[in-house]
Write a protein that binds this ligand. Structure first.
Ligand code: FAD
Length: 428
């Protein structure tokens, strides 16, 4: 029987933030139960979270530091060994004579860098770490359907594994999951951590218990994933091709174009995972006439189409989902001593600052810093959650705003004469 003096912590969502939160809670000796809507992404049959295949993210010090403090000494080494350093942006363009141009803009005069990480792989490593601990139970294919934060009870529907999966996760509505004969489960908890992403059910139920301010907006930009395959010819003498990549592996590549942008991030399999960001009207035009995809790329992102190949370019545009971008701010992030929301559930942001997941991982570190400062009883936990919300809400709002501001910087300001002049002065 469970020791009544030990905190029982329910974590909803086993994305990167939920997995790290479970790890932090388990390292404090709590009984931890994780409930995840989808199947275990470590099973080959499970569609990776959110995306068609996988997606590469920029992992920065904010996220790294959160893993460093997880009391799991080998975790960070494992994660970092499967990342690729990106020392700066590579801005792609074309000069007036039609020649393709590349300009490397270093992130830091001291050579510091951010890292490209495969999101699914990072999530798997976190889940492996959690799974090793005896005081954690992982429940996949369990969907939160209700919660009473006063009575500290949550309800989950268990669906048979192997059932239908959605592929668009964080940016899609989880209600699309088709339940066949679901089994309902009632679960008690002392503390519930809501890490269930942008369309959080925990947040929805939390709103019924407290006066939460909530703001949600979609920007008029959709995104679609593409892949640049590894370099086809090993005979090429270019430094990138020698390493097996079609273009420099140590940059975050940007093809800026007014209200559109194409970016590419290196993968350890020597491909580059790319994202097209463009207004919904551009997507609508191309969806109606996909034969225009190649021309659209040639006009807006010179050189990018050749790295993918025209047939693949069209094929990937047609087969990969076209997804929206949501921005969410809310306050507070907690309810008394019984619930707190973290990650995208608390502050989904547009991806242009590369900080959504990093900020979510940081939430976990900051939350447990507050919990560790207080006594392990109800009053202490309520004080910790209150001080956490007070500190974290303004930070989350600030990073949300910065993410949006960086959108304008990335898709056009990086080529403005003023920006380039400022960079030269900084380098000098
Ligand atoms: P999620 O990853 O959405 O995980 C939530 C989990 O909860 C999912 O597994 C879901 O299945 C589960 N769930 C949902 N509802 C329920 C329910 N009712 N019951 C049980 N479980 C449930 N961030 C960066 O830091 N760097 C980047 O470079 C970056 N690039 C990005 C590029 C794009 C195109 C996009 C769209 C996002 C990017 N992000 C980036 C943001 C990053 O992907 C998210 O911030 C991060 O995935 C959030 O993690 P999370 O664990 O909070 O939520």
């Amino acid at each position: 029987m469970a020791d009544p003096k030990v905190t029982k912590c329910v974590v909803v969502g086993a994305g990167p933030v939920g997995a790290l939160a479970a790890l932090y809670a388990a390292r404090r000796g709590w009984h931890v139960e994780v409930y995840e809507l989808r199947g275990d992404l470590r099973d080959a049959s499970t569609t990776p979270l959110n995306f068609t295949k996988s997606i590469n993210l920029a992992l920065s010090e904010r996220g790294i530091n959160a893993m460093r403090h997880s009391q799991s000494p080998s975790l960070l080494d494992k994660v970092l060994s499967e990342t690729i350093p990106m020392y700066g942006r590579m801005i792609h363009g074309q000069d007036s004579a039609g020649k393709l141009t590349e300009e490397s803009q270093q992130y830091d005069v001291h050579g510091r860098f951010i890292r490209a990480v495969d999101r699914a792989n990072l999530n798997k490593l976190l889940l492996d770490e959690v799974d090793r601990l005896p005081n954690v139970k992982l429940h996949f294919n369990h969907k939160l359907t209700g919660a009473d934060f006063r009575k500290r009870k949550a309800w989950f529907e268990k669906k048979s594994s192997g059932g239908p999966q959605t592929a668009d996760g964080a940016q899609a509505h989880q209600d699309q999951v088709d339940e066949k004969d679901p089994e309902e489960l009632e679960v008690n908890f002392d503390l519930l951590l809501g890490c269930d992403g942008a369309h959080s059910s925990v947040r929805y139920h939390l709103m019924k218990s407290l006066r939460m301010n909530y703001e949600q907006s979609y920007i008029d930009t959709l995104w679609c994933e593409f892949t640049i395959p590894p370099a086809s010819s090993t005979l090429s003498t270019s430094p990138s091709a020698k390493q097996g990549f079609a273009t420099s592996p140590n940059h975050l590549h940007i093809w800026p174009s007014d209200d559109k942008m194409f970016i590419a991030i290196p993968s350890t399999d020597k491909s580059l995972t790319c994202t097209l960001f463009a207004p919904s009207a551009s997507f609508a035009t191309l969806e109606q006439t996909p034969s225009r995809v190649k021309g659209f790329f040639t006009t807006n992102f010179p050189g990018a189409a050749d790295l993918i190949g025209p047939a693949e370019l069209r094929n990937q545009f047609e087969s990969n989902p076209h997804l929206p971008l949501i921005s969410i701010k809310c306050s507070p992030h907690h309810y008394t001593s019984s619930c707190v929301i973290l990650g995208d559930a608390a502050h989904a942001m547009v991806p242009f600052y590369g900080q959504g997941m990093n900020a979510g991982l940081e939430d976990v570190r900051v939350l447990f810093q507050h919990l560790d400062r207080q006594t392990a009883n109800l009053a202490g936990r309520e004080a910790a959650l209150t001080s956490y919300s007070l500190e974290r809400v303004p930070d989350a709002h600030a990073i949300n705003d910065l993410a949006l501001a960086n959108y304008f910087e990335m898709h056009s300001a990086v080529t403005s004469p003023l920006y380039l002049f400022r960079k030269k002065i900084e380098e000098f």
